[in-house]
Design a protein around this ligand. Structure first.
Ligand code: HEM
Ligand SMILES: *[C@@H]1O[C@H](CO)[C@@H](O)[C@H](O)[C@H]1NC(C)=O
Ligand SMILES: *[C@@H]1O[C@H](CO)[C@@H](O)[C@H](O)[C@H]1NC(C)=O
Length: 521
């Protein structure tokens, strides 16, 4: 009895202490949340904004993002995501503000960390020290001229394997998956070379990792932080992919580290000119050399990841438009054949293909890879030059789909005018603006300029031209019923119809093709 009475004050003291602790943690959090909500409330909502109704809106955004973005387009608006708000803005001025913003205010990496759950899918080292971006921007892009022959060789070989069409009969090809295999192979020929780029397990892995990381991210988003490592381990395929990738790459990496040691220099004779070497060159210094195999493998996966999915979606979009618009084949084919006859399959030749460039840009204006671009996490309250304030904690993005379909920016925006941009180019002179890789405030496939604008776009566009060029060169294509299949939207991500098939027939080589082919590989 006596023990109980003497314990009571202690218990109540402990309880009081707990309450105090909780209050010091939660009251500031609550106040912070309330000020943020007040700032957010100043931004109009598309969909519902009440606590429960916003949850319904979040579910709707998963399936109707395109309609919702188009509805809100031209003003700054917010939409409910399952666990937070996304503020979507538009207009040249606001894009300019985002472009100029500091990473400490608007963070690209933190947005990727959230939307892609990148610490658990793509690996944490790549977020903390993103030197692979410099590798994409400089050596990977700079070697396009020198390594174009390899790219072209792999394109020829992979088309021959994956689309073995005959001259006499049409065959049906499941387009998106086939394109993914071809692009995984050609990109990896450029990244890691032969024989790995043709290794079936490695190619399967490249595609699977891309898909697994995306589905893994979707699964992970629904769990709070402490459960994520477990979810990653048991509910996603990411650890398995990493293990397999390490199996393929570890020996290659170790051999090169040995050579460096042997020659006492990172510049040893016979060093391959590929992504692994470029990454190792960039990974100098004690910090960057820690856990080097995992570091290089996860970055190779990451570059793959940034490259394969986006390029496959854009390539499939373009092939769908080509199959549905047979009248475009002749002008595009004439351009490719005459330029290749003169310059061969080279980077310089790709640069001269203005019509093909315009066709690619126009197809991505209409379809693209998603409804928004320039996704950022707001780290500190951000004030746009017109006074709109977006509070810290929100996700922010630019309504690219609205812009790409805006009739004040584009004449007949719903119409596919393949040569829209090449016509502007010939009218307004050789400006960079109308090229697919150019910084054009009305076209935001690769972002809206600034530090984070896709550094892989020069590689991507050259590769795309070589891929579509090969189709124009070697095949006739069509849809069985002539019609463009309906696309699929998952949240803000656009995908061409995954099940659609395109019919292919091998072309009987014309004299122009024979001439052009002789002039190259
Ligand atoms: C058609 C294909 C592609 C599309 C549509 C695309 C699109 C984008 C977009 C929208 C961004 C973010 C820009 C921003 O938020 O400001 C980005 C960033 C990036 N892309 Fe691409 N991309 C493509 C191909 C590639 C390729 C082939 C590579 C690598 C070889 C690549 C590597 C990267 C990297 C490393 C970043 C991050 C840049 C940074 O954080 O500063 N991309 N891309
Ligand atoms: C700033 O511009 C956006 C987009 O045009 C608009 O929705 C918003 O109301 C403007 N903000 C202010 C404070 O005027
Ligand atoms: C591509 O991805 C696969 C798996 O996703 C990975 O193993 C490989 O290292 C990547 N290839 C390169 C070098 O890009």
């Amino acid at each position: 009895m006596s023990t109980q009475t003497s314990l009571l004050p202690q218990v109540s003291q402990a309880l009081a202490l707990c309450a105090l602790c909780l209050a010091t943690i939660f009251i500031p959090k609550f106040l912070q949340w309330r000020t943020r909500m007040q700032k957010l409330n100043a931004i109009p909502t598309v969909g519902h904004s009440g606590f429960f109704l916003s949850y319904i809106s979040a579910r709707k955004f998963k399936t109707h993002a395109r309609e919702i973005i188009l509805e809100g387009y031209s003003k700054a608006f917010k939409v409910a995501l399952p666990d937070q708000w996304e503020v979507i803005v538009s207009g040249r001025e606001m894009i300019e503000d985002i472009r100029k913003a500091s990473d400490l205010d608007l963070s690209f990496i933190e947005a990727v960390r959230e939307t892609m759950q990148s610490d658990y899918t793509l690996g944490k080292p790549a977020r903390v020290d993103a030197y692979h971006i410099d590798v994409v921007r400089t050596p990977l892009t700079r070697n396009l001229g020198a390594k174009f022959d390899e790219l072209r060789d792999e394109i020829k070989a992979s088309f021959a394997d994956e689309i073995p069409a005959k001259e006499m009969e049409w065959i049906k090809v499941p387009m998106l998956y086939t394109v993914m295999k071809i692009i995984a192979r050609t990109s990896n020929r450029y990244f890691v070379g032969l024989p790995l780029c043709r290794d079936p397990d490695y190619i399967k892995l490249s595609i699977e990792f891309t898909v697994d990381a995306v589905t893994g991210a979707r699964a992970l988003q629904h769990y709070p932080g402490i459960f994520k490592p477990i979810v990653r381990q048991f509910l996603t395929n990411v650890p398995n992919c990493l293990k397999r990738a390490t199996g393929h790459l570890e020996l290659l990496i170790r051999e090169r580290l040995e050579k460096e040691k042997e020659y006492g220099s990172s510049d040893w004779p016979g060093k391959p000119n590929d992504l692994i070497s470029w990454l190792l060159d960039e990974a100098q210094g004690h910090e960057r050399r820690k856990d080097i195999v995992y570091n290089i493998v996860s970055r190779v996966l990451l570059v793959n990841f940034s490259a394969i999915h986006t390029t496959s979606v854009t390539c499939t979009n373009a092939l769908f438009y080509l199959a549905a618009n047979p009248h475009l084949v002749q002008p595009l084919r004439e351009e490719v054949e005459s330029i290749v006859a003169e310059l061969g399959w080279t980077k310089a030749a790709m640069g001269k293909m203005h019509k093909l460039d315009s066709f690619l840009k126009e197809t991505q204006r209409l379809s693209g890879v998603g409804g928004v671009t320039m996704v950022r996490k707001v780290l500190r309250d951000f004030t746009f030059s017109n006074g709109t304030v977006v509070p810290a904690g929100a996700i922010m993005s630019v309504a690219s789909v609205g812009m790409h379909h805006d009739n004040t920016l584009y004449e007949d925006p719903e119409e596919m005018k393949a040569f829209r941009f090449s016509n502007m180019r010939s009218k307004e002179g050789e400006g960079l603006k109308h090229q697919m890789v150019g910084i054009d405030p009305t076209f935001t496939l690769f972002g809206g300029g600034g530090r984070h604008m896709c550094p892989g776009r020069f590689f991507a566009v050259s590769e795309l031209k070589a891929l579509i060029g090969e189709v124009l060169f070697a095949y006739d294509i069509k849809f069985e019923n002539g019609e463009m299949p309906a696309p699929e939207w998952q949240g803000v991500n656009f995908s061409p119809n995954r099940f659609a098939q395109v019919m292919f027939k091998r072309r009987i080589p014309g004299p122009a093709q024979v001439r052009a082919d002789r002039g190259s590989l």
